[in-house]
Design a binder for this molecule. Sequence first.
Ligand SMILES: [Zn+2]
Length: 90
Amino acid sequence: MKVHDEETGDGARRPMIQLRLQPSWREELLVAKVLRCRDLGMNCPKEIRAQTEEELLKLAAEHAEKDHGVPASMIPPSIMAMVKASIKDE
Ligand SMILES: [Zn+2]
């Protein structure tokens, strides 16, 4: 019996830590989430806003790629965790 950690099937390894810092966000759809690039130590005035964390992370990834030349796939989980921790309600 070989117990091997099960892959998702598509060959892509999912992040081991699924950070769900705010499981109640669904109740706050009218509250904007804001992420300031500066809070991540970037010398960048960009503020990203979205209704949900999911949407915000998508926009943040686009911004990182477009304005910082960092493809989302190159962002390590540790940075993603930092990004999520920096998301604020507005
Ligand atoms: Zn930026």
